[in-house]
Each structure stands twice: as structure tokens, then as C-alpha cells.
Write a protein that binds this ligand. Structure first.
Ligand SMILES: Nc1ncnc2c1ncn2[C@@H]1O[C@H](COP(=O)(O)OP(=O)(O)OP(=O)(O)O)[C@@H](O)[C@H]1O
Ligand SMILES: [Mg+2]
Length: 322
């Protein structure tokens, strides 16, 4: 299958300014996001997944310090795009689904008004009535019954699962080239989570854009993603097509993550803490392999930093053993 790149992240590094000094949250991250594919970002808490997602959206926090590298969307570096144009991109080519829909839905406007406003960038020629009709159809498509009543409702009048469906509808109404979903099911209870996963899986089929799915859960990633990037302490340590990554993991950190999630009874995310030790200091970043301190396979060479190298077609690992 032809693998055309939509977004190419090249050597992206991001620092956050803190009272204790510069926190090197992303370091030399390179990753390509193919057209019409779902790419998963996985890694334990604090590994920089959300920061990478926010960088893609041009929504890095105010205390962002030095940023270097490139994020190319069809060849254009998003890091050079003026804020105004970025805002336009966010309502059009790039859309986002957050973990907690309450933080992204405005409590004082009806669902209908918000779904209409979300489309204005993309369809400036359409009037309110037409946009409402599109919203109505999209709510049906994401599994919301009685959409007319929902359009008149306010966010607090909907359940959590329904709000997340509304967020997904809002994102899809923008017809984005790239949809970024950061832990889209973590705030939901297990039954609703399963429904939303099924919905995302159904939508994949007729959604023409690419999806970046951020999740703690390897189960969710394996179900929904075509490709996976495993992040650890601000670096991509392994990336591969999903089947290859799960079938033939080539980084000890990926192996450790997999070992932690073998028990299906475990709460997603919770199991990850069973890898011994914690994330390294991101202010005074240790030299050599970033995972060495916690790695059961560490050896002499690991005092040098292993580059992210191709170990087989499409499969990269940053480990000397690979
Ligand atoms: N605005 C900020 N200022 C300073 N440090 C920050 C800021 N935002 C995030 N961090 C830190 O940056 C690191 C990466 O955070 P990030 O939210 O990207 O991780 P994550 O992989 O998304 O984690 P989680 O799985 O918990 O969502 C963490 O150490 C976090 O504490
Ligand atoms: Mg996060």
C-alpha cells in the first residue's frame, strides 16, 4: 500500500521554563504521520505524548521555552506559521478531541451553536440553517439519538459519553486532514469507553484524514492504530506498524510496557507503574540511553545514546541491542 506522508516531524525539541530551569520535555523527536492512517502514541505518564500533540496543534503552553526542529504539514513548517493562520488551520485542517470534553465545550452555548461555529471556518459559504443540518446528520452518525433535542441542549445536560460523541462530531464536521485524540476515552467508564472505541473504529472506515491517538492503553492502541510510536521521557524509542510492534518489539521499554499490560483485568494505565524506577530528570537529562537506568538489558555501550534506527522495513528502535 502506498504510504504517503501527511505530517513529518523532524528533530523536534521542546523546552518548558520552570522555576528549577529548562525542562527538556521533547528531545529530537522524529516521526512521520502517513495520510489516512491511525498513528498511536503510547508511553507512561510524563513521557511527552500530550506535549507532542499540542505542538502539532500549535497550542504549546505559555511557559514554552526553546523549540527547535520542524513539523511539516504537506511540506510547510507549522512552527513558522503565524498564530492567526494556525487558528485557521485548527478549525480546518487540524482538529482535536481532548480527554475531558467539558474543558473544550463552552458551558454557556447550546450544542447546536457550538457545532455550527465549529464549521464556519471550513464552510464560510454556508448559512446557519445548512450548518445546523450538517450538525444534525453528524450527531446521528456518531450514534446520538434524537439529535434535534441534543442540538438545543447545553453541555451540562448531556452525559459524559454523549459529550465525547459531540466532541467527535465537532471534530469531524471540520473535515480535518489530521485529527488528534488525546486519551479520548480515559475520562469515561468502561462500558462507555468500549462504545466510543467502537465508534472511532467505525468512523475510521469513511474518515479520509489521519488520526493521531494518544493513549496509555496498549489494548486501545492495538485495536485502533495502524502504526505506533512508543515514547519514553521525551523521545520516540520505537516505532513500527502495529502488528510488527506487538509481534516483534525491539526496545526493552516496549517489552516492559507489554509485560505490564498482559493482565486484561488491569485498569489501563495503572499497570504501567510496575516498571521499576521512575522517569529520569528532564532538567539535567542523563547522558547515554535515556532508558538505561531502568533497563534490564543494559550493557557497556548504553553510556552512549543510541540513535533511532531502522531495524527492518518501517520498524525503528533506539536501542543498541536492536
Ligand atoms: N506547562 C508545563 N510546564 C512545565 N512542565 C510541564 C508543562 N506541561 C507538561 N509539563 C511536564 O512535561 C512532561 C511531559 O508532559 P506531557 O503532558 O506531555 O506527558 P504525557 O505523556 O502526556 O503524560 P500523561 O500520560 O500523564 O498525559 C511532564 O514531566 C510534565 O510534568
Ligand atoms: Mg497527556
Amino acid at each position: 500500500m502506498n504510504r504517503e506522508t501527511l505530517v513529518e516531524i523532524k528533530n523536534l525539541s521542546v523546552d518548558f521554563s520552570t522555576a528549577k530551569g529548562a525542562l527538556h520535555v521533547l528531545r529530537d523527536v522524529s516521526l512521520s504521520i502517513p495520510r489516512n492512517r491511525v498513528v498511536g502514541l503510547v508511553g507512561e505518564s510524563g513521557s511527552g505524548k500530550s506535549t507532542l500533540a499540542l505542538a502539532l496543534l500549535g497550542l504549546l503552553p505559555d511557559n514554552t521555552g526553546e523549540v527547535s526542529g520542524r513539523i511539516e504539514l504537506d511540506g510547510e513548517n507549522l512552527l513558522d506559521v503565524p498564530p492567526e493562520e494556525l487558528r485557521r488551520l485548527r478549525g480546518g485542517r487540524i482538529a482535536m478531541i481532548f480527554q475531558d470534553p467539558m474543558t473544550s465545550l463552552n458551558p454557556v452555548f447550546s450544542i447546536g451553536t457550538q457545532l455550527v461555529d465549529a464549521q464556519r471556518n471550513r464552510h464560510p459559504q454556508l448559512g446557519r440553517r445548512e450548518l445546523l443540518k450538517r450538525a444534525d446528520e453528524m450527531l446521528k452518525r456518531v450514534g446520538i439519538s434524537n439529535p434535534e433535542a441534543r442540538l438545543a441542549a447545553y453541555p451540562h445536560q448531556l452525559s459524559g459519553g454523549m459529550r465525547q460523541r459531540v466532541m467527535i462530531a465537532m471534530a469531524l464536521l471540520c473535515e480535518p486532514d489530521i485529527l488528534i485524540a488525546d486519551e479520548p476515552t480515559t475520562a469515561l467508564d468502561v462500558t462507555i469507553e468500549a462504545q466510543i472505541v467502537r465508534l472511532l473504529d467505525d468512523l475510521r472506515a469513511d474518515f479520509s484524514g489521519s488520526i493521531v491517538l494518544v493513549s496509555h492503553s496498549l489494548g486501545l492502541i492495538s485495536e485502533l492504530c495502524d502504526e505506533v510510536a512508543v515514547m519514553y521521557a521525551g523521545k520516540v524509542v520505537e516505532s513500527a506498524p502495529t502488528k510488527i510492534l506487538f509481534g516483534n518489539p525491539r526496545h526493552p521499554y516496549t517489552l516492559a510496557l507489554l509485560a505490564c499490560e498482559i493482565d486484561p483485568e488491569d485498569e489501563p494505565g495503572e499497570a504501567l507503574v510496575t516498571i521499576k524506577g521512575g522517569l529520569p530528570d528532564l532538567i539535567d537529562v542523563p547522558k547515554g540511553c535515556i532508558f538505561a537506568a531502568r533497563c534490564p538489558s543494559r550493557f557497556g555501550k548504553c553510556v552512549e545514546e543510541p540513535p533511532l534506527c531502522e531495524v527492518e522495513a518501517g520498524h525503528k528502535s533506539a536501542c543498541w541491542l536492536a
